[in-house]
Ligand binder design. Structure first.
Ligand code: PXL
Length: 280
């Protein structure tokens, strides 16, 4: 069985980060080890008064124990990281557990809709850029791409603009930047650039009206799962865009507030079937 480790927070309520990555990647038939970076009572994207217990100090101890056990992983996938120090420690984890056989996915979670999430700063962006340079894949949304490239956020981008952004992101040092939240006419999806092959890929679905929290984490989790299963970049984009769209569609009939997240649970069977098919 393939095995990855994902490093991100546990938002106890609100369906994002580890509480979505763990079921999603597991449903794809992949063992999913976790390193929780912090425990929050809820995510920060809509709830007020959340608690935050920082677990930065535990990460090097977990890594030391795992080194003694001789553990290795097919992939390492990071999501929400809570401080500059934590980014540095995760960077050391990449040095210890990254190798020529496995791959690293960094989702540089920092903001959305042109704004930082609570608590993020320019200093954090500078550290995140360095982490991205060590990744095979980075998966920013457009807001995060603008932060990483130090360019102003806009609402609308042409395909040419998006291609330029992707090339500039690859110059941070990562092999394949994947940009989420890309609009093309009345379609919505993701575009990616394989800088080694000099090839662009894209995948779009009909635009669905409505914004739900946590879709970036769903996309990044499915994408990581697909890469772990050995899928091509195009196929990894297709399954991630398709599954994320299905989760949003499943949510709209029963949606209360966007911060309660998606009803991704209704869609997990798609991933189980997909993984079963690819094991045949
Ligand atoms: O979905 C990304 C995310 C993860 N973890 C925490 C967050 C957010 C976005 O708001 O607040 C704690």
């Amino acid at each position: 069985m393939k095995k990855i480790v994902t490093i991100q927070d546990i938002s106890c309520f609100g369906k994002c980060s580890l509480t979505s990555a763990l079921p999603i990647i597991s449903a794809m038939g992949i063992e999913t080890a976790v390193i929780p970076t912090a425990v929050l009572s809820t995510h920060t994207g809509g709830f007020k008064g959340y608690t935050f217990r920082d677990l930065t100090g535990d990460i090097p101890q977990i890594a030391e124990h795992w080194k003694k056990l001789g553990l290795d992983f097919n992939g390492i996938y990071t999501g929400y990281l809570g401080s500059v120090e934590q980014v540095r420690i995760v960077s050391d984890f990449f040095d210890d557990f990254g190798n020529s056989e496995n791959f690293i996915v960094v989702d540089p979670v920092m903001g959305d809709s042109g704004k930082f999430y609570a608590g993020f700063t320019e200093k954090f962006v500078r550290e995140m850029k360095k982490l991205c340079s060590k990744a095979d894949f980075i998966i920013p949304n457009i807001t995060e791409a603008c932060l990483l490239l130090d360019i102003p956020y806009k609402e609308d981008y042409s395909q040419e603009n998006v291609k330029n952004i992707l090339v500039n992101l690859s110059e941070l040092g990562c092999r394949v930047p994947v940009l989420t939240g890309v609009q093309s006419g009345n379609k919505h999806g993701a575009m990616a650039y394989d800088s080694e092959k000099n090839v662009f890929c894209s995948s779009f679905r009909e635009h669905i009206d409505g914004y739900v929290h946590g879709t970036g984490d769903i996309f990044a989790s499915v994408f990581t799962g697909a890469v772990t299963l050995g899928k091509s970049l195009q196929e990894s984009l297709d399954i991630s865009v398709g599954f994320t769209a299905d989760c949003i569609r499943a949510t709209l009939p029963c949606m209360k507030e966007m911060w309660y997240g998606t009803c991704f649970e209704y869609c997990l069977g798609e991933l189980t079937d997909y993984a079963k098919e690819s094991r045949k």
